[in-house]
Design a protein around this ligand. Structure first.
Ligand SMILES: C[S@@+](CC[C@H](N)C(=O)[O-])C[C@H]1O[C@@H](n2cnc3c(N)ncnc32)[C@H](O)[C@@H]1O
Length: 205
């Protein structure tokens, strides 16, 4: 029987697979962070589905970053994050329901948004309740319809919620939520690999 994504990744933290995952995502995330912080001065930052918190710790070292935080539903991922960074800001919450107590200038997420039943609702909530005015959302995913090499992942991972959606649908979720200057690009493209789909938008209203 397939399992809830949070349970699957909780087990990954237990068996140490989180570190391999972080390494696999590092090249795309490096580029995503560059895109996210371009032109930003003195910003706050939230990593959604932060896993063991590696992106939060990376961003916290940036001189312009005033506050970096991460949220993840896995108890073991968050415990790992806190074990290496006692003073870091890590929240153990289910992003399908969570409304943060503060709002952020940059909300970033790598390989998370397709693990919820309604990604459009999540993106709308981020726009309405998580972001500051002029804030940015940047999302990276490797699991999307045009990237045909990933089509068997749901079977391989045994996860019960994985939304295999085309690029256009993701872009429209951003636009429908109210984001402006919505754009997308592919990072880390290889032969037989369409790369990480990155979608970005700004809250200008
Ligand atoms: C593929 S991992 C990516 C982790 C991290 N972004 C990275 O690049 O290493 C997906 C993460 O999303 C988290 N996640 C999935 N569904 C979630 C939910 N509903 N609420 C909070 N976290 C969730 C999982 O626990 C897992 O840590």
């Amino acid at each position: 029987m397939k399992k809830d994504p949070i349970d699957v990744f909780d087990n990954w933290a237990l068996i140490g697979r989180d570190e391999r995952m972080a390494k696999g995502h590092a090249v795309s995330v490096k580029e995503m962070l560059k895109l996210a912080i371009t032109g930003q001065k003195k910003f706050s930052f939230l990593d959604v589905g932060c896993g063991n918190g590696w992106v939060v710790r990376k961003m916290a070292k940036n001189n312009e970053c005033l506050f970096a935080a991460g949220v993840d539903g896995s108890v073991r991922m968050i415990a790992k994050a806190k074990s290496v960074d006692e003073i870091g800001n890590y929240y153990c919450e289910d992003i399908r329901q969570w409304i943060p107590e503060m709002t952020f200038d940059i909300v970033h997420s790598m390989e998370v948004f397709y693990y919820v039943e309604n990604p459009d609702t999540l993106i709308q909530n981020i726009f309405d309740f998580w972001l500051n005015p002029k804030g940015k959302l940047i999302m990276g995913i490797d699991f999307y319809y045009e990237n045909t090499s990933c089509h068997n992942w749901q079977e391989d991972c045994g996860v019960n919620i994985m939304q295999l959606l085309p690029i256009n649908t993701w872009v429209n979720f951003f636009r429908k939520a109210g984001f402006k200057n919505v754009c997308f690009r592919h990072l880390s493209v290889k032969e037989d690999w369409e790369g990480t789909l990155v979608v970005m938008g700004e809250k200008l209203t």
